[in-house]
Each structure stands twice: as structure tokens, then as C-alpha cells.
Design a protein around this ligand. Structure first.
Ligand code: GDP
Ligand code: MG
Length: 370
């Protein structure tokens, strides 16, 4: 602990409390036997006796990051890559996402209804790939601001008739800062004005050099609107996945990140979670951001009810007490009591932080007006 009374410290140092009080007096501190000493005072006194104070490492279990532990290599299994699509406005991000989804998810599979949960999975050559359907920039900025890394690969969509634009550069910077590999999809190849060489030339300035020119960046020409080159793009994602070897341990309590969340009139708090490690199950006690609950029901990206979700799987869950925020971390705990305790204390901390923020702002405002 960080504080001790004079009596407690004396006991630890095998000295009389009066001796400690005398020492403190010499240092200019008037103390009684029950006086609580802070860390600095304890170190000072102990140091005087030649005793070094060992810092006790205390784990803050309310900090959800402590649950994102590394697993033993032996416990790890392959997991699907998690992919985000970024690029300049109107270069074809949404069309690319739709095209991938439409060519790979049959209407029959989805029961005719395509569920929008902010992420989806497709299969290529018997392997799954997870796509985040959130605007790439939003996903990166909110999630990176919270220190959550969720993307493995970025698809940079660049329109072949328009070339590198401000948001293209922004996307490159985001991906580089997050150390996420980039695959360039040169889109709108069906257009007469398409000039893929120009795109490649322009991107060399940002260190994205095609393999044909001696670099190591994968460029895939596509026409999202016609669905051309999409299979090739997916195969390139699998190629990068094979090299990077994305892995997770399915046999542990689930941890991951909130993709999106909202309040539904009928179902209450509804959150789309990306399971990043472990397996999420119906009935699991869970802490999500500053809220908590028990996973009541889970729905996958096809709108089907599922009982468990493995690593890299997006699922929509109900059963939380409140609505979390995109980018919030979630962790499953072994019992409901701990989930409640941690959830409540996080909610309390968040409320306090909010209050002190408000006070700070009003003080700032005060000075502003002086
Ligand atoms: P986003 O802003 O990046 O999401 O771009 P969108 O997917 O909304 O596409 C912007 C416009 O480009 C739309 O009118 C699309 O129909 C069009 N578009 C997208 N992909 C292609 C393509 O491969 N070829 C052509 N000709 N048009 C495309
Ligand atoms: Mg769009």
C-alpha cells in the first residue's frame, strides 16, 4: 500500500514508534503514533535505516486493458483478418464493401434480409475475412484515441480516374501510425478515364511502391460497381493474412472492442462487438466500457441467433444495463458479481471524470471572462 501509520511503519522497521516520531521531528514533521505517512515520508524514513521500500505492484482490475493479456503460443489458433476500408470521399469505399458482401453472401444464406451490424464476414477459399463496415476514418480516430487496435489490414481505395486526394493521404497516415499493412485497391477501372499508372506513380511519394517497381505494396485493380477484381482483392487479403499469421486463443474469456451501439426501443441497449480474443457466449457476465450486464442474446452479421462467437467475429448483443460507446473495450469475467462491481466502479469513475471536466471547463470559462 502507499500509506502507513507511524505505528505500522515502526513495526515494519522493527523500531519503537517513539524513535520514528523523533526522526520525523528532526525532519521538521510533528507526528503522532497514529499519523498516516505518505509514500515519500515512508521512503525517507526507511531510507534513513538503510531499508529500501519495494513498490507493491497493484493491478487495477477496473482498467479493462489488464484483461487483454497475451496467451501462450501453444494455445493460439489461426483467426480471420480484420479489415477496414479507407480512402477519399466518392472513391468507392461503400460500393467496394457492398460488392464484397454481395458477391460472397448469398441472399438465401441471409434469409433475404441483410442485417446491418457494422461489420460482416465473408469466406474466400474456405477462409473467413472480417470487414468493418464503419467509415474507416471514424473507426481509426475514435478507436485509436482509446488505444484500441482492432484492424489488421487497411484497404486503401483510390479511384483510378481521380488519383491521390487529401483523404487518401490522411488514410495512409492513419494506417502508418497504427502500423497496419495497406493493400491498394485501384477502383473504377471500368471508366475510360481510368489511369492506374498515375495512381501508382503518385503513391510512390508516400512509400507505397508496387512489387513490379521493386516495392512491397500490393495493388489490385478493381471495378467495385461491376464486381470485377473483388475475388483477387480477397485473395490478396488472405495472402497478407498468411504472412502475418493472425492468431488468438479461443479457449479463454472473451475480450474485444465495441464497433457501434445504440438504444433500441424494444431490445434496450444493443451493441455490436468485435471479439478479438477468446470466445463470447450467451450468458457470459460482461463489462463493456462503463457499463455491464450478461449477454442475453447474440445475433451474427446474417441476422441469425448464435450461442457463441469466436475470435475476429462481429456479433450484436443485448443484455447490457446502458449503452456503451464505439471504441470501448469489453471483457468477460468469470462471475456476475465481479462484472457488476467493476462495471459500477467504472461508471462511477466516468461520472467523476465528467464532473471534474465540467468544473475545469467552468473555471476556464471564468478566466476567459476576467
Ligand atoms: P465512398 O464515398 O468512398 O463510399 O464512395 P461510394 O461507394 O459512395 O461511390 C461514389 C460514387 O462512385 C458512386 O456514384 C458510385 O456508384 C461510384 N462508383 C463506385 N465504384 C465505382 C466503379 O467501380 N466504377 C464506376 N464507374 N463508378 C463507381
Ligand atoms: Mg461511403
Amino acid at each position: 500500500s502507499d500509506s502507513l501509520t507511524v505505528a505500522e511503519l515502526a513495526k515494519k522497521l522493527h523500531r519503537e514508534p517513539s524513535e520514528i516520531i523523533k526522526k520525523l521531528f528532526m525532519l521538521g514533521v510533528m507526528a503522532t503514533i497514529n499519523q498516516v505517512l505518505d509514500k515519500d515520508a515512508i521512503e525517507l524514513i526507511a531510507g534513513d535505516y538503510g531499508v529500501e521500500v519495494e513498490e507493491e505492484i497493484q493491478i487495477d482490475v477496473t482498467d479493462l486493458e489488464v484483461y487483454f493479456t497475451d496467451d501462450e503460443a501453444a494455445e493460439l489458433d489461426e483467426r480471420p483478418a480484420v479489415v477496414t476500408i479507407m480512402g477519399h470521399v466518392d472513391h468507392g469505399k461503400t460500393t467496394t464493401l457492398d460488392s464484397i458482401r454481395n458477391t460472397k453472401v448469398t441472399a438465401g444464406e441471409a434469409g433475404g434480409i441483410t442485417q446491418h451490424i457494422g461489420a460482416y464476414q465473408v469466406e474466400e477459399n474456405g477462409k473467413k475475412i472480417t470487414f468493418l463496415d464503419t467509415p474507416g476514418h471514424a473507426a481509426f480516430t475514435t478507436m485509436r484515441a482509446r488505444g484500441a487496435k482492432i484492424t489488421d489490414i487497411t484497404i486503401l481505395v483510390v479511384a483510378a480516374d481521380d488519383g491521390v486526394m487529401p483523404q487518401t493521404i490522411e488514410a495512409i497516415n492513419h494506417a502508418k501510425a497504427a502500423e497496419v499493412p495497406i493493400i491498394v485497391a485501384v477502383n473504377k477501372m471500368d471508366k475510360e478515364s481510368a489511369n492506374p499508372d498515375r495512381v501508382m506513380q503518385e503513391l510512390t511519394e508516400y512509400g507505397l511502391i508496387p512489387e513490379a517497381w521493386g516495392g512491397d505494396t500490393i495493388f489490385v485493380p478493381i471495378s467495385a460497381i461491376k464486381g470485377e477484381g473483388i475475388d483477387n482483392l480477397l485473395e490478396m487479403i488472405l495472402l497478407v493474412s498468411e504472412v502475418e499469421e493472425y492468431k488468438a486463443n479461443p479457449n479463454r474469456n472473451a475480450v474485444g472492442t465495441v464497433i457501434e451501439a445504440q438504444l433500441d426501443k424494444g431490445r434496450g441497449s444493443v451493441a455490436t462487438l468485435l471479439v478479438q480474443n477468446g470466445t463470447l457466449k450467451v450468458g457470459d457476465p460482461i463489462v463493456v466500457g462503463n457499463t455491464f450486464g450478461r449477454v442475453r442474446a447474440m445475433v451474427n452479421d446474417l441476422g441469425r441467433r448464435v450461442k457463441h462467437a469466436e475470435p475476429s467475429t462481429p456479433v450484436e448483443i443485448t443484455g447490457l444495463n446502458d449503452v456503451p460507446q464505439a471504441g470501448d473495450r469489453f471483457v468477460v469475467l468469470s462471475d456476475e458479481k465481479s462484472a457488476r462491481q467493476i462495471g459500477e466502479s467504472r461508471a462511477q469513475q466516468a461520472l467523476q471524470a465528467q464532473r471534474s471536466e465540467k468544473t475545469k471547463i467552468s473555471l476556464d470559462n471564468l478566466f476567459e471572462h476576467m
